[in-house]
Design a protein around this ligand. Structure first.
Ligand code: BG6
Length: 486
C-alpha cells in the first residue's frame, strides 16, 4: 500500500476540500495509512491571511472529522499542508515555483486533485503539462460532474488527454469508494448463492435511492443550472446501477470491471419523447419542514429572484436491454430536502409461485435484499419465517442482517481517502472510464433536452416529504411501492 505521496488540491480551500478531502486525509494520518512525509498543497486564488494550523483548526471545527485527532496528530498534519497562491488560468512564476518545490521530491506518486469547476479542468491541465507536472508518476483526479453534457465532457476529456494518458486519468465518483459498494462486488462475485438468483428469473425489480435531508448548502452557484440529474443521476446513481447489473468480470481489475459497467450503460433503454414523461419525474422543493424545522423553498433558499427550472428531485424508471435483465424495472430516486439522509439499493425478488398453505397466502411478502450504503452500512436479507409469537401458522418477515460489514474505528476508510490512496498507487478499478462518462451523458442529455422543450414537467414537493405525488404514482402504476416512503 502506497503511503507516501504528494497531493495538490486545486480548489484547496474550497467546499469539497474542507468538507471531504482534508477530513479524509487527517483520518488517513491518524490511521497510519498516509505517511507524515507526504505533502499536501492547497491552491487558491488569494493569498492566505492566516497560518495553515489556524485555518485547519477552523476547518475541522466545522467539519468534525470522524476520528479523534490528538494534538500531536493535528500538528503532524498541519506540517504536511502548505498553501499555494495560484492563478489557475495563467502560467507564470507561481506555477514555476510550485513545480520546482514539488519536483524536489520526485521519487513518489504525485496526485493532482481537481476540486474546481469542470470549466477550469482544461486550463489546469494545460499548466500542469507546461510546467512538467504530468510525468509518469503524476495522476490527475477529476471531480464530477465532468462537464455539463456529452459535448463538454468529450471536449474536457480530449483536453486532459493532451497531457495525461488514460492510465493517469482518474475520474472520481466517491460513491464507488463507499464500503458497502465494494462489498456488493465481493458479495456478488465470491458467493454462488447470489449470482444464481441475480436475474429476471427471480428478481422482480430494483430500487436505488440516494436521499438527502439537506438543501443546497451554500453551493447555489454550482447547483442552479446543474440540478439533480447532472449532480447525482449521471454519475452516482448510474454507477450504482452498473455495479448491480453488470456481468461477472473475468478479473477484478480496472479494465475488466470498467468494460462490464460500460456494457450496462450501452444496454440502458434509451428514454425519449413521451417515454420520458411516463418514466421520469422531476421536481423542486417548496417550503416545508425537515425534522421539525421550517425551511424555505428552493428559490428562496438560494435567494433567486426569478423562477428556477432546476430540479432538486428525480425519480425514474428504466430497463436494461439484455437477457439477464429484460423485463426488470430499475427505479432510481434522489432528492434534496427529503425527510431523511440515506442511500440504499433494494433488490426485490418475485413472489413465491405457489403458497402451500392457504392461511399464508395473503401474508407472504416478497424477499428483499437490501444494500445500505449510508448513514450506517449494512446488508440485510428480508425473509419470511414462522411467527413464534403466534400459535397459528402465521408468518412474519424477519431480517438477516450483517451490520458494519467493513472495518471499524480509525481503520475504517471513508470513500475519499480510499480513492485518493487508490489514485496514489495507480489503481483505477474504482474510477470511471472516459467511455462510461460519455455513455452516461448521452443517456441523460436526451432527458434534459426533453425537459428544456417542456418546462411544465417540473413539479413541486414540500420540503420534508418524499417528493411529489408523481414519484409515488410511478411505482403504484406498476403495483409497487418505494421501500422507504414515509
Ligand atoms: C455530491 C453531490 O457528489 O454528492 C452533492 O454533488 C451531494 O450534491 C453529495 O450532496 C452526496 O454525497 P454523500 O456521500 O453525502 O451521499
Amino acid at each position: 500500500m502506497v503511503k507516501t505521496f504528494d497531493l495538490v488540491i486545486f480548489g484547496g480551500t474550497g467546499d469539497l476540500s474542507r468538507k471531504k478531502l482534508l477530513p479524509a486525509l487527517i483520518a488517513g494520518v491518524v490511521a497510519g495509512r498516509v505517511s507524515p512525509d507526504s505533502r499536501i498543497y492547497l491552491t487558491s486564488r488569494s493569498a492566505a491571511d492566516e497560518t495553515v494550523a489556524g485555518w485547519l483548526t477552523k476547518v475541522f471545527a466545522e467539519t468534525a472529522p470522524a476520528c479523534h485527532v490528538s494534538d500531536d496528530n493535528f500538528a503532524t498534519f498541519a506540517s504536511m499542508v502548505r498553501f499555494v497562491q495560484l492563478n489557475l488560468g495563467e502560467g507564470g512564476d507561481d506555477w514555476k515555483a510550485l513545480a520546482a518545490d514539488i519536483n524536489k521530491q520526485d521519487d513518489r506518486p504525485l496526485v493532482h486533485f481537481l476540486a474546481v469547476p469542470p470549466s477550469l479542468f482544461t486550463s489546469v491541465c494545460d499548466q500542469l503539462g507546461a510546467n512538467g507536472l504530468n510525468g509518469e508518476r503524476a495522476r490527475v483526479v477529476l471531480e464530477k460532474p465532468l462537464g455539463h453534457d456529452y459535448d463538454s465532457a468529450e471536449a474536457i476529456n480530449a483536453d486532459v488527454a493532451r497531457h495525461f494518458a488514460e492510465g493517469q486519468t482518474f475520474r472520481i465518483d466517491h460513491y464507488l469508494g463507499k464500503e458497502a459498494v465494494q462489498n456488493l462486488l465481493a458479495l456478488r462475485f465470491s458467493n454462488i448463492l447470489f449470482e444464481r438468483l441475480w436475474s429476471n428469473r427471480t428478481i422482480d425489480h430494483i430500487q436505488i435511492t440516494a436521499a438527502e435531508n439537506i438543501g443546497v448548502e451554500g453551493r447555489a452557484g454550482f447547483y442552479e443550472g446543474t440540478g439533480a440529474i447532472r449532480d447525482m443521476v449521471q454519475n452516482h446513481l448510474l454507477q450504482l446501477l452498473c455495479l448491480v447489473a453488470m456481468e461477472p468480470p473475468a478479473r477484478l481489475d480496472a479494465d475488466s470491471i470498467r468494460d462490464e459497467k460500460l456494457k450496462v450503460l450501452k444496454s440502458l433503454e434509451p428514454l425519449e419523447g413521451d417515454a420520458i414523461d411516463r418514466n421520469v419525474v422531476r421536481a423542486q422543493y417548496g417550503e416545508g419542514a425537515v425534522n421539525g424545522k421550517a425551511v424555505p423553498g428552493y428559490a428562496a433558499d438560494l435567494g433567486l429572484k426569478d423562477k428556477s427550472q432546476t430540479e432538486t428531485f428525480i425519480a425514474l424508471r428504466t430497463h436494461i436491454q439484455n437477457w439477464r435483465w429484460a423485463g426488470v424495472p430499475f427505479y432510481l430516486r434522489t432528492g434534496k430536502r427529503l425527510p431523511a439522509r440515506f442511500a440504499e439499493i433494494v433488490i426485490q425478488f418475485k413472489d413465491v409461485p405457489h403458497s402451500p398453505n392457504a392461511a399464508w397466502g395473503a401474508s407472504i411478502n416478497p424477499n428483499r435484499f437490501i444494500i445500505r450504503l449510508q448513514p450506517e452500512d449494512h446488508l440485510a436479507l428480508r425473509v419470511m419465517m414462522k411467527n413464534h409469537d403466534s400459535s397459528s401458522d402465521e408468518l412474519k418477515e424477519v431480517e438477516l442482517r450483517l451490520d458494519d460489514v467493513g472495518a471499524k474505528g480509525p481503520m475504517r476508510m471513508g470513500p475519499y481517502l480510499r480513492l485518493i490512496l487508490d489514485a496514489a498507487r495507480g489503481d483505477q478499478s474504482l474510477f470511471v472510464h472516459r467511455a462510461e462518462v460519455a455513455h452516461a451523458w448521452r443517456w441523460v442529455d436526451r432527458i434534459i433536452a426533453h425537459w428544456q422543450a417542456k418546462p411544465a414537467t417540473l413539479k413541486t414537493y414540500s420540503a420534508g416529504t418524499w417528493g411529489p405525488y408523481e414519484a409515488h404514482d410511478l411505482m403504484s402504476r406498476d403495483g409497487r411501492t418505494w421501500y422507504h416512503d414515509g
